[in-house]
Design a protein around this ligand. Sequence first.
Ligand SMILES: NC(=O)c1ccc[n+]([C@@H]2O[C@H](COP(=O)([O-])OP(=O)(O)OC[C@H]3O[C@@H](n4cnc5c(N)ncnc54)[C@H](O)[C@@H]3O)[C@@H](O)[C@H]2O)c1
Length: 489
Amino acid sequence: MDTQTKNSSRRSFLKHSAMGAAGFMIVPRHVLGRGYIPPSDKLNLAAIGAGGKGWSDIGNAYENGANNVVALCDVDVNSAKRARERWPDAAYYKDFRKMLEEKKDDIDAITISTPDHTHGVAALAAIEMGMHVFVQKPLTHNIYEARKLTEAAREYKVVTQMGNQGSSNPAQHWMVEQFDKGIIGKVHTVHCWTNRPVWPQGIPFPTEMPGRPEHLSAADWDLFIGPADYVDYHPLFHPFKWRGWWNFGTGALGDMGCHIIDIPFRVLGLGYPTEVECSVGQVFVKDWTPEYIPDGCPPSSHVAIKFPASKRNKSEVNMIWNDGGIRPFHPDLIPADHDLGEAGSKNGIMMIGDKGIISCGVYGVDPKIYLKGGEVIEMPETVMTENPVSKLPDFGQQMSWTRACKAGFQSKEHKALHSSFDYAGPLTEAVLMGNLAIRSYTTGERADNGAMRFPGRKPLLWDGENMRITNYEAANQFVGRNYREGWNI
Ligand SMILES: NC(=O)c1ccc[n+]([C@@H]2O[C@H](COP(=O)([O-])OP(=O)(O)OC[C@H]3O[C@@H](n4cnc5c(N)ncnc54)[C@H](O)[C@@H]3O)[C@@H](O)[C@H]2O)c1
């Protein structure tokens, strides 16, 4: 049987078995889920965002032909070129809404690797059509969207995974085991840091717009903007540099938090935070008066996020995040000539407990345990060498998801995923709490005498269940966002 026939017979089998189970009533597909696809059969995949990270996301999910790529969507023909050459039979779209509508009966599963501001709207549309989704980190642009996707994935019974590939690194699971053995006792303080931003950030919004490059039409740019506030094209936005602007990106914390905070979130079994406070780096172009840049993410930030004790860690946790080149100092237990976190101390995590410290770099690389008394424990090499996942691109983050898609919603493969939305949603919310604090800190009010006041520069108290800041109403504008007409969630 050729692939085409096999796939269409599979889809018709699924349709018939769904009807059988429902006693010939018409049941929306999400009520039954997509059902089981034999591992030997191929998933029909599509990608939204085929350039940048999207290129490797769809490539890893394709798994050298183990699956089909049936459709590709990218607003920028140049960015899409390489993927279109690799999968010439895949239908090409610029508007994901059109692709989803026209291909809804063909697509089983979809990778979403657009800039952060379009993750939520694209993923929700795909989930509501019953498609399994792989979404890049951070799962969404704001907390409201993360909660919405987490709930929708359960309601529509789809298999999901976020693109924080370190979550599949066996080293992270070794740290979980060590912590659960009680080796460092209860953890009260966590330090997380990154050398990002490594793109323009903390700069005033551009005032001169140079016009679009020839290959990008006004309609293409409008699709790039999607749910965001409309602004003209500027090379400081696309490609890649959208990260430094709140309209599109989530700054250094949003970019790296879902890789770095993932580790303490998993190891300590954390949930919704209760409190957040921050301060950020200033920018001076003129003497004495700092630039007021509420549109731009800051050049550096220092954020403290508090978490209650969890089932696995019976202590409250104060998590301190730094970015923009600021990193924590060496704690007493870590010798002065040791790098912190990873080589060059660029990114890292230190979980400080009663009896010692677990530290590692981004994605969980290079884990070490420093015990009171001076003993240093390194991870045995066999943890990596004996686990085939460690040789896979992105530790098999996309491949484990495609295999779980075939096995179906709530299958053992699905439950074994390390970053399905049940986990990735709350993780993303915790990361984006930091951004809520940063935006509250940097957004001022002008007093009658013209001076700026910053009433959001204080500890903000969070009611996680109800997604509300309870002691500063204006901060709640950053729980969600205003959506451009036609792009509501
Ligand atoms: N997990 C990782 O290691 C990793 C690494 C890099 C990026 N990322 C994440 O991947 C996402 C993309 O980042 P990037 O660095 O690839 O950015 P990028 O700007 O380089 O690429 C984004 C791609 O999406 C396309 N695009 C933009 N808007 C679109 C839309 N509405 N519909 C379809 N296509 C659209 C662009 O044309 C481009 O091809 C981000 O969320 C980022 O955080 C993850």
